[in-house]
Design a protein around this ligand. Structure first.
Ligand SMILES: [Zn+2]
Ligand SMILES: [Zn+2]
Length: 238
């Protein structure tokens, strides 16, 4: 049962996406640690062999997006792509926790950062290092590009396909607390708040139509264009 549209894999709190390429698949992110069996189970359900994954792209290197990296890489043999700014931390296996953007997440972030200093991943030397603003993915059978969209983390990227599907990592999540409490797709964690706005603008100016976030279900880009924080920001500038 091959897939023709992006398959959302819910691996703990975070999503990974299996994206059909020309002849095989590209995997975007690898979910929370310890839940890779869910990914393998989903592949099995769709009768897809891990060997059909030809590339693993990491939108950024937070633990909830790289947790399954080592297992998936070993099973698939696929090379890994990451932005140059985060390649060294990935290679060193550093556990990186972003700053909070709301009072409660600021506290949680500080606690997480304290714990993180005692934790380590095995480390992974990525085969493909993304540099510059945008890079084509045509060599991997995907009609689209990978864009540098920092803010949530310095080396965050978004994968924008020509058909309008955009995989945005944690740039504009869509969790229940985004919808019910924050009434905004603004990330509860981000290292550079101004950078998030700039990357949102970059996304809004791109060919992105449907956003596939690292947390929560996909949504249309118009929802981001009408986001509460963008409207408030606009009003503040008037
Ligand atoms: Zn993140
Ligand atoms: Zn995340």
């Amino acid at each position: 049962m091959p897939i023709y549209s992006p398959l959302r894999l819910r691996l703990g709190s975070a999503n990974a996406y299996l994206v059909p390429a020309q002849t095989d698949y590209v995997l975007i992110d690898t979910g929370d640690p310890g839940l890779t069996f869910l990914l393998f189970r989903a592949l099995q359900r769709h009768q897809i062999s891990p060997r059909e994954i030809r590339l693993i792209i990491l939108t950024h290197i937070h633990y909830d997006h790289i947790g399954g990296l080592w297992q998936v890489q070993a099973a698939s043999g696929a090379p890994v792509m990451v932005h140059e700014i985060e390649a060294a931390d990935l290679a060193a296996g550093r556990v990186v926790i972003p700053a909070g953007t709301y009072p409660i997440t600021k506290r949680l972030s500080r606690a997480g950062q304290w714990i993180a200093q005692f934790c380590r991943f095995p480390g992974y030397q990525a085969e493909y290092i993304v540099s510059g603003e945008a890079q084509s993915l045509a060599d991997f059978g995907l009609n689209g590009q990978i864009l540098h969209t920092p803010g949530h983390s310095p080396g965050s990227t978004s994968i924008i396909l020509d058909n309008g599907d955009a995989f945005v990592g944690d740039l504009c999540p869509n969790t229940w607390y985004n919808r019910r409490l924050l009434h905004s797709h603004f990330p509860p964690y981000a290292d550079d708040i101004a950078g998030v706005y700039q990357s949102w603008m970059r996304l809004l100016d791109s060919s992105a139509r449907r956003l596939y976030p690292g947390h929560g279900p996909s949504y249309g880009i118009e929802e981001l264009r009408g986001d509460r924080v963008l409207r408030e920001d606009k009003r503040a500038g008037e």
